[in-house]
Design a protein around this ligand. Structure first.
Ligand code: SAM
Length: 422
């Protein structure tokens, strides 16, 4: 049994540390999967790529990679992390943006009503904006977002700057009045002094340029290897049959993590790059797999194809006794994962592998063995379980405080399932 804990290892090398993201996979785990279940030049697909760990590792190991995710911020982030961007272009765009934003900000501090400046420094309008952002912070973010949009540069460089921007808000030490927004429920944080947003942006860019330099250096020997990321739904992948040599993914857990909630404070400032209002972003939240949001059917009607799975049905029955609402959420998760497994199998070549990293959960004091449920559902997609490894999750890194209730004691064990397509 391989040791897949990777405790104490650096998980933030190359571009892996560009931006915080909840429930990231350790790159070493992806590396293990790629090493044993694919070869140089193969095509690897991650249908729920999150921050793009699979895509970055694939490039670094000489595998072509295609990644999908529903979340627009995730797609932007994975794209930046897996694209080699030259340093001169980054340095010159950042210099322009920082200098212009700084001049404007200093003027705004003394003369906030100067007509054109006032419009550049006016923040977007969204609910509770002034609760989450101090006026100085909001003005500086508005100016940065204005100058990032206007910078005379390439799309890749602009996207890199947007990720630097977003990393100021979605961070442990956020410039927003929020405590560790990515990893916990939103708690208000009081800043004794307004954070110096423009200096922080400049520091982020400097650090991120070094991370990008490391990525460029490590991918140098794999010039012909291609990566592609796209916004798409894992239940309906925009990919022809039998294109992949390996699928590697860590799907969301059932009812555990609400990505739109984790990202919502950055979205309103990024309309220019994401093309999405905050209200539309939040409206899409129920379609994320594992979401607790959205309406539920009046009664729980089981699809005959799923009703033959004894463990899945048993778990649903136990949960129905405790809470029909939770049983309906679990059922929706099963239906969604059933479709996703079918899609993963469809795009995979025969006899090739799918690696799924997943945690069991605990809902209303009922154990939900998600890993074994996925094995049952996978059979319908022609997937045979070949290996089942366990790993201990570093509590510090992977457990989100508000997930403890959902996962209870078992949260510390994660399963790495290796399927083979028959
Ligand atoms: C646990 S995260 C993946 C983390 C990733 N392995 C990493 O290292 O960053 C799960 C991802 O699934 C995405 N997701 C949820 N429902 C989806 C769907 N229907 N199609 C595609 N992606 C989806 C979420 O947006 C989230 O980014």
């Amino acid at each position: 049994m391989p040791n897949l804990d990777f405790e104490g290892q650096n998980t933030l090398y190359a571009t892996h540390g560009l931006h915080a993201f909840a429930a990231k996979c350790p790159p070493q785990l992806v590396r293990y999967g790629l090493r044993y279940y694919s070869k140089y030049g193969d095509v690897v697909v991650d249908p729920m790529m999150g921050s793009g760990t699979t895509i970055v590792e694939s490039k670094l190991m000489g595998r072509n990679a295609i990644g999908y995710d529903l979340d627009p911020l995730s797609t932007l982030l994975a794209g930046v992390k897996s694209t080699e961007i030259q340093d001169e272009a980054l340095a010159s765009a950042a210099e322009q943006i920082i200098a212009s934003a700084r001049i404007d900000f200093e003027l705004w501090c003394s003369y906030p009503d100067t007509p054109k400046l006032a419009s550049r420094a006016t923040p977007p309008d969204f609910r509770n904006r002034d609760y989450w952002f101090l006026p100085e912070v909001a003005a500086a973010l508005s100016l940065l977002s204005y100058y990032i949009s206007e910078a005379d540069t390439t799309e890749n460089v602009r996207h890199f700057c947007w990720i630097a921007f977003s990393s100021l808000i979605l961070a442990k030490n956020s410039v927003a009045n929020a405590r560790d927004i990515v990893h916990s429920r939103h708690h208000h944080k009081h800043h004794d002094q307004a954070p110096d947003v423009i200096t922080k942006f400049s520091q982020r860019i400097t650090r991120m340029r070094k991370q990008m330099a490391e990525y460029r250096q490590l991918s140098k020997k794999h010039e012909t290897i291609k990566t592609k990321v796209e916004k798409a739904d894992a239940r309906k992948l925009p990919l022809d049959d039998e294109q992949a040599d390996l699928v590697f993914t860590s799907p969301p857990y059932v009812t555990a993590l609400d990505y739109p909630r984790a990202h919502f404070l950055a979205i309103p400032w990024m309309y220019d790059v994401l093309g999405l209002e905050l209200s539309d972003y939040i409206k899409q939240a129920p379609i994320y797999i594992g979401s607790e949001r959205g309406s539920q059917p009046r009664t729980l009607e089981i699809d005959p194809e799923l009703s033959k799975h004894s463990l899945s049905m048993d778990t649903l029955d136990k949960l129905t006794v405790k809470s029909t609402r939770h049983a309906k959420l679990l059922y929706r998760y099963m239906v969604d994962m059933h479709s996703s497994l079918n899609e993963m199998s469809r795009v995979l070549r025969t006899h090739k592998h799918i690696i799924i990293v997943v945690c069991p959960s605990h809902m209303r004091k009922v154990d939900v063995p998600t890993h074994d449920i996925l094995v049952e559902l996978g059979r319908d997609a022609g997937l045979k379980l070949k290996q089942k490894h366990t790993r201990t999750i570093s509590k510090r890194k992977r457990i989100l405080p508000y997930m403890k209730e959902a996962f209870g004691q078992r949260m510390s064990t994660e399963y790495v399932l290796v399927f083979q397509k028959r």
